[in-house]
Design a protein around this ligand. Structure first.
Ligand code: ADP
Ligand code: GN1
Ligand code: MG
Length: 371
């Protein structure tokens, strides 16, 4: 799509979603790797400004945007009802979809792009790196609580928005296929990273094997629990709202735990080029473990508790494998902002995996301290 076409489609979407007030402006927003996110500002009658989020769903990634939006609408409504039952005010505590002028949850334009609007969560921030340890702890409470609140969600009504999303053995197979095909001839320059993955094939099976034996329960999980998918209140410092619900599906609790660890318990950014700045921070791991277990409020089984460190390692390894696969395939999945971006991202993940392997016993001891 050319820039002009893209702009005209944004205007088209804006006109069809029921945003209130007089349109002021629209700008790209946020650091997500998948959807196109914009902030749209509207002037109100009293002169104040109301902001909204406008998103174009990436339907190369999400093949069934209609099913996805059914999930998002279902989950947000379910959460809103729970919050209302408990404390009577759900404002800001779940994402709020803004319907289209004809009452739908999304707008589909003439070139088959899917757009949605959300109320902008004001006076809150989301972080790409832990700045204050307490933010990480608050996010742990919120993600644990989120999972706990969805424990009685009718899982059978959820659409699988990305097939085999956290099927790690399958991710490993897809990596091997991309390696065999090596369409851009990039493999020769990344032998160390390739070896790193191949050496850990056994690890990729651990959770799936437990699941197949009936020892690892499937739950309704978020599946993308990185710190920048949670909004932290600027005044209170509490996590107020879990966002990015596109991947809410059946999954393993330990993967939700693990995905937060891989992103937040690192001393460096996910795409840091200088690996000497990227270390696994055991103190942050401990903080998150404490918060997540408090948030889950006793709902995890013994096997799940035993597997929390494995979840951390496997989610980090899997994410690195996904970045590396995308690098081999020509960077078509994750948005990149520089050459080699996916390779840089992969390297931080593998550095963290190595660090975890060195601190493996301590990771278990910490879980045992809080279980
Ligand atoms: P992606 O799947 O691309 O990561 P997200 O739904 O996570 O998309 O949105 C990208 C970013 O936009 C978030 O990290 C956050 O900064 C911002 N954002 C999303 N929804 C809201 C909202 N309702 N209020 C304020 N900011 C939001
Ligand atoms: C993507 O959409 P975003 O930026 O929150 C990805 C996650 C990865 C993450 C790595 C749907 O998350 O699975 O862990 O990037 N989301 C999807 O930062 O693939
Ligand atoms: Mg996101």
């Amino acid at each position: 799509m050319t820039r002009e076409e893209s702009c005209s489609k944004i205007e088209d979407a804006i006109q069809n979603i029921d945003f209130k007030g007089n349109f002021a402006d629209c700008n790209m927003y946020g650091n997500g790797h998948i959807n196109d996110t914009f902030v749209v500002r509207y002037t109100q009658e009293d002169g104040s400004i109301l902001r909204y989020i406008l998103q174009r769903i990436n339907h190369e990634v999400f093949k069934d945007p209609v099913g996805l939006m059914e999930n998002v609408a279902g989950v947000t409504e379910f959460l809103r009802n729970k919050i209302l039952e408990n404390n009577g005010n759900a404002d800001g505590e779940t994402i709020n979809l803004i319907k289209t002028k004809d009452g739908k949850n999304f707008y589909q334009d003439s070139i088959e792009s899917y757009w949605r609007g959300y109320r902008f969560i004001e006076d809150a921030a989301c972080y790409d790196k832990v700045e204050k340890p307490d933010d990480f702890y608050q996010s742990a409470l919120a993600f644990g609580h989120f999972q706990n609140q969805l424990s009685d969600y009718p899982a059978e009504t959820l659409h699988e928005t990305i097939k085999d999303f956290h099927n790690t053995p399958d991710r490993f197979m897809r990596f091997k296929k991309a390696l065999e095909e090596d369409i851009l001839g990039r493999a020769k320059n990344i032998q160390e990273e390739i070896r790193f993955v191949l050496d850990r094939e056994q690890d990729t099976h651990i959770l799936m094997d437990l699941y197949k034996k009936g020892e690892m329960p499937l739950r309704v999980t978020h599946n993308d629990t990185k710190l920048n998918n949670i909004m932290i209140d600027n005044k209170t410092g509490k996590a107020i709202c879990v966002i990015d619900l596109d991947t809410v599906m059946s999954g393993f609790a330990v993967n939700d735990f693990g995905d937060s660890i891989r992103f937040g318990a690192s001393t460096g950014a996910e795409d840091e080029k200088d690996l000497s700045k990227v270390n696994f921070d055991l103190g942050l791991y401990e903080l998150y473990t404490k918060g997540f277990l408090e948030g889950c409020n006793g709902s995890l089984t013994d096997v799940e508790l035993d597997m929390l460190p494995v979840g951390a390692k496997i989610m980090t390894l899997e994410c690195g494998i996904r970045f590396l696969t995308d690098y081999l395939q020509g960077d078509t999945y994750f948005k990149i902002h520089r050459e080699g971006h996916n390779l840089d991202r992969c390297r931080t993940q593998f550095k963290l995996v190595s660090d975890m392997e060195k601190q493996w016993d301590a990771m278990y001891e910490i879980v045992n301290k809080y279980r």
